[in-house]
Design a protein around this ligand. Structure first.
Ligand code: ADP
Ligand code: MG
Length: 230
């Protein structure tokens, strides 16, 4: 399957107390598979809404979203959950690890109740090794630093080898140096062609290093720039 992402006239409107908020407005875009894309813009500009919809965690009010020729907006909940499991890994600012589970159990958690063709525990250890945390696999999140917790969350996102990693301000809760390590990890996963990355960030220095940078204002994409390769 071709994993190019295409969005056509994607709109999300939130209604409450008689007020309509257009979180995103008629967004058109297309991402080549294995691209590294950053999305930057002020708070409230629609970055998280756009990423959630691209990641099938939320549905648009109108518009279309396609992965290759698969029409995500026409899928039912079950089809969407299966599609997400097979294709998308999500990483959040707050890590969202389960506090009572070890690093290893957290990484295995997306696989619970799923039939897969590989050994779940072996795979989880393999991705923990990839993020440099194999020796911490039996630690609880509370026994890990913020940067280590985010690397566990990245291992969890990688466990089923997604085509795309979607990260919403993954360095937002980390100091600059730790954030840099997390960014470098995402960049190296992308470079090794393991997956495409869409990174939402507040940090212009990180955003500028992506291959493609989108800027959002008031629910719209106001600029798209490609980094010049030297
Ligand atoms: P960003 O991630 O760029 O800070 P968001 O996508 O979170 O922006 O929000 C875009 C706009 O949509 C904001 O005005 C926000 O208040 C509104 N919004 C987001 N989620 C909801 C929601 N669940 N209900 C109502 N309004 C929302
Ligand atoms: Mg946000």
């Amino acid at each position: 399957m071709n994993n190019k992402i295409t969005c056509r006239k994607l709109t999300k409107v939130f209604k409450g107390d008689g007020i309509e908020t257009y979180a995103i407005k008629e967004v058109n875009l297309s991402f080549q598979e294995q691209d590294f894309i950053s999305i930057i813009g002020p708070s409230g500009s629609g970055k998280s809404t756009l990423l959630s919809i691209i990641g099938t965690l939320d549905i648009p009010s109108s518009g279309e979203i396609l992965y290759g020729d698969q029409q995500i907006h026409k899928m039912n909940n079950k089809e969407m959950a299966d599609f997400r499991f097979d294709n998308i890994g999500f990483i959040f600012q707050q890590f969202n690890l389960i506090p009572t589970m070890t690093a290893l159990e957290n990484v295995m958690s997306p696989l619970f109740g799923r039939k897969v063709s590989y050994n779940k525990k072996e795979r989880a250890i393999q991705v923990l090794e990839q993020v440099g945390l194999k020796e911490k696999m039996n630690f609880l999140p509370s026994q890990l630093s913020g940067g280590q917790q985010q690397r566990v969350a990245i291992a969890r996102a990688l466990v089923h080898q997604p085509k795309w990693l979607l990260a919403d301000e993954p360095t937002g809760n980390l100091d600059t140096e730790t954030g840099e390590m997390v960014y470098e990890l995402l960049a190296s996963l992308n470079k090794s062609k393991q997956c495409g990355v869409i990174l939402v960030t507040h940090d212009p220095n990180l955003a500028d290093r992506a291959n493609t940078k989108l800027e959002m204002r008031d629910g719209e994409i106001v600029s798209v720039s490609q980094r010049q390769l030297v």
